[in-house]
Ligand binder design. Sequence first.
Ligand code: BGC
Length: 314
Amino acid sequence: MEKKYYAGIDIGGTSIKCGIVDGDGKILVKGSVPTGEADCAVIAGDIAELVSRLERQAGVKAEGAGIGAPGIIDSKNGVIVYSPNIVWKDVPICAEVGKRLGVPVKIANDANAAALGEKMAGSGKNYDDVLFLTIGTGIGGGIIIDGKLFEGFRSAGAEIGHQVIRQGGEKCSCGRDGCFEAYASATALIRQTKRAMQNDRDSALWKICPDLDSVSGKTVFDGAKAGDKTAISVLDAYTGYLAEGIANLVNILRPEAVLIGGGVSAAGEALLNPVREKLGKIVFGGMEYAPVKTELATLGNDAGLIGSAFLVMD
Ligand code: BGC
């Protein structure tokens, strides 16, 4: 039988990534273009051009294209309904991209798509009940129940980043105060690191990153590794916020596994170990009866585009 290929597209705050993916979720080629704050026709044009360029590079034609995008996505009708981090509203992206590529186009929330990718081709393969988190500009969530993606009513659910963990706390892009995302996203971690640096001019973090504008999600992990007290305390508070939000979700869903992806997950065990330890202390009933594994999502930053490709496979 002839092999089939699909385009997987992951729309993020700064770039639109695309990969040509085979039926097993293997990427042949990938590339990206910057995310402009342009209108739907321009975004669709950018996407279609990127897909065509990659098809040429791979020497294959995609049977369909799948898109993952942040925010509330009407996956049935192919519309980005509301996306606070990119500021898009009611964007009929599937029709526009479909018109240009001439193949079926499907869309889902970016984290939902990534969770599907992990379930089909990554670290979720061996579990039926999975909570997937992607920690980047925002916090996205994907919930797999009985092996199937749970999207909620009109595919508007699983917005796990927008649960309040500190009433009256930090402002969130969604308009509420104290959301999980405002404390545990990469954006939040960078803010916490910068604040701590400003309060401690002697911190070794200044040696690691002399320029505040260049602080990244990695800076604090490097500081903690070097034994800097300020970095260790930022990380302790951060993993505490992360554990708090995850514990709320574990108490509701009790998944077999919590899989963590997104940029911050690149820190690996330095992130996971403290989260595991904290979760063990606060999860309802403890971890003996129904232990929850906390693991890294194995597809890394490609989970979104691989998962998006799975949206259009039969
Ligand atoms: C959005 C989610 C999205 C996540 C990751 C959040 O701010 O509300 O829909 O999945 O960021 O991009």
